[in-house]
Design a binder for this molecule. Structure first.
Ligand SMILES: NC(=O)c1ccc[n+]([C@@H]2O[C@H](COP(=O)([O-])OP(=O)(O)OC[C@H]3O[C@@H](n4cnc5c(N)ncnc54)[C@H](O)[C@@H]3O)[C@@H](O)[C@H]2O)c1
Length: 269
């Protein structure tokens, strides 16, 4: 199998861990370039890893690589995908919420033969949902429950003046579709985006967000119904060691996807 050269955008919680795994654990994959808005973060990461990794700008990163990994911000996702498609490079996107208003890019990638990889992130059940999508799915609902502090600063909370400090029992604070959820909770809701793209699309995927003061973990529950029957999943996520806003399972799902790319055995849909 041909070795895969990787360029990484974003050297934070997810990016730094993926960089370590690529350089230390994945046979057949080489990290050749990294980029970060904060150059010091890129420099720190490179100095910790093996030599031969260069620091580049986002515009330059797709040159000389086979795969671009975005682990930075939803805002730059369209730019990253457009650049990857124009250079015929595959791309793995972590900030999947950034794709919701640019679904045309998925079609462009298909037409150009470019792969876009979207890890499952912090949820379970995408395997079954993808299989179910080969027949009719009638409904998909994601209920995300978080400790109130985990929702602070989200545009929906700010716009509606929701006082998260005085919530004493579980409270449903948002109900809408995945597009509305991505706008209102851009830093929290990549799972809704990924779920909707794997299932019945962002307009039909329902999202509920609950602020629950009894929780110490972020909980994602999925309920889907269709010709196949019914799927119910529940993930109780621990945070990643260096970022309380990122679930550790999301980091692990990207690692698993990268490992699968270099493995000739593929398990699950
Ligand atoms: N798919 C999922 O389930 C899932 C789960 C968790 C996080 N995420 C998303 O993945 C992304 C990374 O998460 P994280 O926990 O590593 O965040 P983080 O804040 O720890 O790291 C992000 C890094 O990207 C850099 N960055 C930000 N904007 C940039 C830009 N425009 N250009 C270059 N670098 C930039 C930051 O300086 C930082 O080093 C976030 O957008 C987050 O929302 C997705």
């Amino acid at each position: 199998m041909k070795r895969i050269k990787v360029g990484l955008i974003g050297c934070g919680t997810i990016g730094a861990r993926l960089a370590e795994v690529i350089t230390q654990e994945i046979e057949g994959m080489d990290l050749v370039a990294v980029s970060d808005l904060v150059e010091e973060k890129a420099m720190n990461l490179v100095s910790r890893l093996s030599s031969g990794i260069t620091i580049k700008s986002i515009e330059e990163i797709a040159g000389g690589v086979d795969l671009v990994i975005e682990a930075a911000s939803a805002r730059i996702v369209p730019e990253v995908v457009i650049s990857a498609i124009s250079k015929k490079k595959d791309v793995l996107i972590m900030s999947t919420g950034g794709l919701l208003e640019r679904l045309d890019l998925l079609e462009s990638a298909r037409q150009q033969g470019v792969h876009i990889f979207l890890p499952s992130g912090a949820i379970a059940g995408l395997d079954g949902l993808k299989a179910a999508n080969s027949a009719q799915i009638t409904s998909v609902c994601l209920r995300t429950s978080k400790p109130p502090a985990g929702l602070k600063g989200a545009p929906f909370i700010v716009e509606h003046g929701i006082d998260l400090d005085n919530i004493s029992q579980p409270k449903m604070i948002f109900r809408g579709n995945a597009i509305e959820a991505a706008r209102g909770f851009p830093a929290n809701i990549n799972v809704a985006a990924t779920l909707s793209l794997a299932g019945i699309g962002p307009a039909r995927t329902k999202v509920e967000i609950v602020a629950d003061p009894n929780l110490t973990r972020n909980v994602h529950e999925i309920e889907a119904e269709g010709d196949f029957g019914r799927i119910v999943t529940r993930c109780e996520n621990l945070p990643a060691p260096s970022n309380p806003r990122t679930s550790y399972l999301a980091v692990l799902s990207a690692i698993a996807l990268l490992k699968e790319m270099t493995d000739s055995v593929r398990i699950g849909t």
